[in-house]
Design a protein around this ligand. Structure first.
Ligand SMILES: Nc1ncnc2c1ncn2[C@@H]1O[C@H](COP(=O)(O)OP(=O)(O)OP(=O)(O)O)[C@@H](O)[C@H]1O
Length: 252
């Protein structure tokens, strides 16, 4: 992987003058201590995601992708460094404030869907909309991911890809400013993975939700505005795509 070039840094600067970062992190480090053993999972990471932007986060296993995503979303805290949500410095906030930041502003999608088996697709999404401040209707969220016709089906009656699309609907139904997806296609075959990426792409385009997608699959970088690569806990490359590909155009 190449180091960041001045051209790439310029591209970033031009992006930042056109729109504002929804999230930005400065000089993040994360050290995990287990007994005598220390692992430096993040080592001076600067990262931002702008309004409406789609960022794909690449890197080998153990490079620090999930650690970064969890800190950005307020699920974990950094050892040092700063994280801002717009102008709000969230990295110095109490656990309670961080929890309310996460509840109000962040949608998460993980590799495994974590739907409640005894509830239908619609009820799984409604669980979130019932307590959110400014939700869209659960039906609308399912429509966005193409699953309204399956609203009365239980998770066991849906394929893996369909369950993941319900999980995406659940994540975005509260209209978060940020959608963070950790290996959303990791458990899926190629065709199903494309459908899930299409759902994420649709949400990003129609709701304008700033989105970060972690993947091992370098081809998926084609759907992003920017592709950020981590290596050994550092940003090793930032690439700006001149055009975003649709998920269906991806080949792997
Ligand atoms: N809770 C933890 N305790 C100790 N070490 C951890 C913990 N979580 C992560 N690590 C270590 O931190 C490093 C970064 O892990 P992380 O999960 O962020 O990488 P990743 O790029 O997301 O990997 P993968 O693609 O395999 O999910 C790894 O060396 C990992 O073993």
């Amino acid at each position: 992987m190449s180091e960041i070039t001045s051209n790439q840094v310029e591209n970033q600067d031009s992006l930042s003058t056109e729109s504002k970062p929804v999230l930005h992190a400065r000089n993040l480090t994360k050290v995990y201590k287990t007994g005598e053993v220390e692992v430096k999972a993040l080592d001076g990471v600067d990262f931002e995601v702008f309004e409406h932007e789609m960022v794909v986060l690449l890197g080998q296993s153990g490079s620090g992708k999930s650690t970064l995503l969890n800190i950005l979303g307020g699920l974990d805290v950094a050892t040092s460094g700063e994280v801002y949500f717009k102008d709000r410095l969230i990295s110095s906030e109490s656990k309670g404030l961080l929890t309310s930041f996460r509840r109000e502003h962040v949608g998460f999608v993980f590799q495994f869907y974590n739907l409640i088996p005894s509830l239908t697709a619609l009820e799984n999404v409604a669980l979130v909309t019932e307590i959110a401040k400014n939700p869209i209707k659960p039906e609308e969220a399912l429509e966005l991911v193409g699953l309204l016709p399956r609203k009365d089906h239980f998770p066991a009656q849906l394929s893996g890809g369909e369950q993941q699309r319900v999980a995406i609907a659940r994540a975005i139904a509260k209209q978060p400013e940020i959608l963070l997806c950790d290996e959303p296609t990791g458990a899926l075959d190629h065709e199903t993975g494309i459908l899930v990426l299409e759902a994420i792409e649709q949400v990003n385009r129609e709701l304008g939700t700033a989105t970060v997608v972690i993947t091992h699959n370098t081809s998926v970088g084609g759907i992003a505005d920017r592709v950020v690569t981590l290596r050994d806990g550092k940003v090793s490359d930032i690439h700006t795509n001149s055009n975003r590909m649709s998920p269906r155009e991806l080949k792997w």
